[in-house]
Design a protein around this ligand. Structure first.
Ligand code: ADP
Ligand code: MG
Length: 280
């Protein structure tokens, strides 16, 4: 098996495309470049994400992961290249894409129900649709019984379940996640990782999942994009050829350890180089 850079759309066990056909890409990114004033954040970024594919992104802090997600989401403009998502060139937020944020992004003055309904209302759903869908998605993320709770009454893990329900409720075909579990404790994080995999297998979407955890990237992703350099670009697109469904036993798979080690090496020689630079 090759862990070399691989830009092909992969065929996965989970892909339901007819035999012999490649799953169509949901996101095509070509030649992406972004700068903030004099700071060139990334350049020459090319990748595709299939319609039922999870691409996890890892890279050192400040390499532009959040910026890249915001560009995919159409929240900030690119300086070079283009992104086509759902067949549409992204120049502003487009239908069918949802984002889950690191710090949950919930309205503190709204209940779980109202927070989940908000995204649907913004997407133009009718009252009847909202009344039908909100309880379904609250139940899907395991928050049944907390419909009337406010964010401050819930743990970080429950707040992120609510953030996830809000994103899922619009039934996106592209889900963007920016370090969604970074603000919860280690045990909750592990629970939520497997919950997210379960939910994804029930409702597969294209997913771009940013994380600073190499282990999490290998566990979640069909592929792992390693960003590095200054400005950053794709150092390697690593195929994670572990079977789905992924679960706790995936963590014990000898192949899991090998892939984790490989991604770790990709990321760490950069981190070590950066550290050496600081000491020059
Ligand atoms: N709005 C902004 N204006 C200027 N610089 C920014 C802005 N947002 C991020 N940056 C800078 O761009 C770089 C990439 O940031 P970010 O995308 O947040 O990285 P990451 O998510 O990988 O940690 C960092 O050096 C950060 O300081
Ligand atoms: Mg970030």
């Amino acid at each position: 098996m090759s862990m070399a850079m691989d830009q092909r759309a992969p065929a996965h066990e989970t892909a339901k495309a007819p035999q012999g056909e490649r799953a169509p890409a949901r996101i095509r990114a070509r030649g992406l470049g972004k700068r903030y004033g004099a700071l060139q954040v990334f350049r020459d970024i090319d990748f595709e994400v299939g319609e039922r594919e999870i691409v996890a992104i890892v890279g050192p802090s400040g390499c532009g992961k959040t910026t890249l997600l915001r560009c995919i989401n159409g929240l900030i403009p690119l300086d070079a290249g283009e992104i086509v998502a759902n067949g549409e060139r992204v120049t502003q937020p487009i239908a069918g894409m949802a984002m889950v944020f690191q710090h949950f992004g919930l309205f503190p003055w709204k209940t779980v129900t109202a927070n989940v309904a908000y995204g649907l209302r913004m997407a133009g759903a009718t009252r009847a649709e909202i009344a039908e869908k909100v309880p379904y998605f609250i139940n899907l993320v395991g928050l049944a019984g907390f419909e009337h709770a406010y964010p401050y009454q819930m743990s970080g893990g429950m707040q992120q379940r609510c953030g996830l329900a809000r994103a899922l409720a619009i039934e996106p075909n592209v889900l963007l996640m920016d370090e969604p579990f970074a603000a919860v404790d280690a045990q909750t994080r592990e629970i939520l990782q497997f919950e997210l995999l379960r939910i994804w297998s029930e409702r597969p979407t294209a997913m771009v999942f940013v994380t600073h955890s190499i282990e999490e990237a290998v566990l979640m992703g069909h592929r792992v994009m390693v960003l590095k350099g200054r400005p950053s670009s794709i150092f390697e697109m690593v195929d994670i050829d572990l079977p789905f469904p992924r679960n706790r036993s995936t963590l014990l798979h000898p192949r899991f350890a090998k892939l984790r080690e490989h991604v770790w090496r990709c990321v760490m020689d950069e981190a070590q180089a950066a550290e050496r630079e600081l000491h020059v």
